[in-house]
Design a protein. Structure first.
Length: 176
């Protein structure tokens, strides 16, 4: 999987109304500053084995320039990711709608799990690490029973459409 970097390797202006390219720092800084404490709703889109799409809400946070999200092992999205890690995650941030595209890989490294769980706890979700997964007293009803898997999105592309000034639409490519 490709590692996320601070800066994209290429930027494409998608705006058809004359607005300038948006800097990657705009959505990146919002992700870093607003997760996990803001009430943001993230949606992950995966593909079923027969190719049909599946989209579901997930708990997600941005930690050290990467997006992490969690899902129960028996959920459709986890089963889809096990067969095909390609996915996209969308979120509406303050002033910009964002779609992140890449591959999701399950995180089992104890130090990464502990680092990400600490950020989830800062946001009010009292998660802890048990083995190579997460547990907590509660989660979304659709997540199924604990433990829950943690995934890291290896970012390939992001697309942002600004809905507040400065306006614009931009594609950022990260794949090396």
């Amino acid at each position: 999987m490709t590692e996320t970097t601070n800066d994209p390797i290429s930027t494409t202006n998608l705006d058809r109304h004359g607005s300038a390219e948006l800097p990657w720092s705009r959505p990146r800084d919002l992700l870093a500053g607003d997760t996990p404490t803001s009430d943001l709703t993230f949606f992950v889109a995966t593909a079923r084995p027969d190719g049909r799409p599946h989209t579901a809400g997930v708990g997600a946070i941005w930690v050290q320039d990467a997006l992490y999200f969690q899902s129960g092992p028996g959920t459709r999205k986890s089963r889809n990711l096990a067969a095909n890690p390609a996915c996209s995650v969308s979120v509406r941030l303050r002033g910009i709608d964002l779609v992140l595209e890449g591959e999701a890989g399950r995180v089992t490294d104890p130090s990464t799990l502990e680092r990400v769980v600490a950020v989830f706890r800062e946001g009010g979700w009292p998660a802890s690490v048990t083995g190579d997964a997460l547990t907590a007293p509660f989660n979304a009803p659709s997540a199924g029973p604990p433990p829950w898997y943690l995934y890291r999105l290896a970012l390939h592309t992001a697309i942002g459409v600004a809905c507040a000034e400065p306006y614009g639409a931009t594609r950022w490519d990260f794949t090396r």
